[in-house]
Design a protein around this ligand. Structure first.
Ligand SMILES: [Fe+2]
Length: 319
């Protein structure tokens, strides 16, 4: 096994309205904590910080942080030097200054930090319960339990060049290619055992954040979570469906800024001993096995749109 990061430690976004972010993710079933001028996302099952939100003019990906074992740190430094990727000082809002900071080829800010492995070591348990004869399996709607995602599974970010991202994240972070759909999407896993993907890349004309995905223990939780979000007005999204690449049941709930938070169940697991053969499929064949049609703007990069809007505004001001 080559040297590689073991986990997606957390993601960081800026959003225009922290209160709106808190309400959305609280309703989604996460524990939202307020600390100074930021929000952090946690799950009921662990104290780990899976996400950070700070205030900014428009929703934007701030950085991705990956967890690594301490003994592998020198190798990451060597790889960055060999590829002439500059390491950067930790930003002022970094969790601490212990991590290695750099940018990928799209300019997306990345941290590798020594951290506890928070990606699973085995395939996550599945709890699609049934009832014996003579017993009703489901509660009344009023008694429906709250959905509590177990952990962050992955994020999907936009890149200008999916093949270049596969090369970069493979060569520097040691991620393995899980599967790819043409030059449109690719999925990468950690080599110490992880979900089918810790990070996925979607082709766009600019970097950006498409979705975060949260593991739940049953298909029922995917549906209940989506219904609960719809009851609070978050009716836009995509699901219920089942992916081909990764195999997970999904329901994506559109957040207030045009990106998504996904309920995911029963995603494929890639063990640390490898044995996984990447599939290269056409986008049509690999996107989803079944489900409703995705919304027309499902893969639209709203960060690119806002970047253009800002550029246009600046251009018109200068004209
Ligand atoms: Fe996903």
């Amino acid at each position: 096994m080559g040297v590689g990061i073991h986990s997606l430690d957390h993601f960081s976004l800026v959003v225009p309205d922290l209160e709106e972010a808190a309400a959305f993710y609280d309703r989604f079933g996460l524990q939202v904590r307020s600390a100074g001028d930021e929000l952090t996302l946690h799950t009921a099952a662990s104290a780990h910080r899976w996400g950070r939100f700070r205030s900014g003019a428009a929703k934007a990906l701030d950085y991705l942080s990956f967890g690594a074992f301490a003994e592998d740190v020198p190798t990451f430094h060597e790889r960055l030097r060999a590829r002439r990727v500059a390491t950067l000082p930790a930003p002022a809002h970094a969790v601490d200054d212990s991590g290695i900071w750099f940018r990928d080829d799209d300019g997306t800010l990345i941290e590798i930090r020594v951290a506890e492995k928070v990606s699973p070591d085995t395939k996550s348990s599945v709890s699609n319960s049934t009832a014996p004869p003579g017993v009703a399996a489901m509660p009344l709607r009023v008694d429906a339990p709250a959905v509590q995602p177990r952990r962050l599974s992955h994020v999907l970010i936009f890149t200008n060049d999916v093949a270049r991202a596969i090369d970069f994240y493979g060569a520097i972070l040691g991620l393995g290619l899980s599967d790819a759909a043409g030059d449109a999407v690719a999925f990468m896993h950690g080599v110490h055992g992880s979900d089918h993907h810790l990070v996925a890349f979607g082709k766009s004309d600019a970097p950006g954040f498409h979705h975060c995905s949260w593991d739940v223990e049953s298909v029922n939780d995917v549906g209940l979570g989506a219904m609960n979000m719809a009851d609070a007005g978050h009716t836009r999204g995509w699901g219920l469906g089942r992916h081909v690449l990764g195999s997970n049941f999904f329901h994506y709930v559109r957040d207030p800024w045009g990106s998504y938070s996904e309920y995911s169940h029963d995603i494929d697991f890639i063990p640390s001993n490898g044995g996984w053969q990447p599939h290269h499929v056409s986008p049509d064949n690999g996107f989803y096995l079944w489900g409703p049609l995705p919304p027309p703007d499902f893969v639209f990069n709203y960060e690119s749109a806002s970047a253009e809007l800002v550029r246009d505004t600046v251009a018109s001001e200068r004209a």
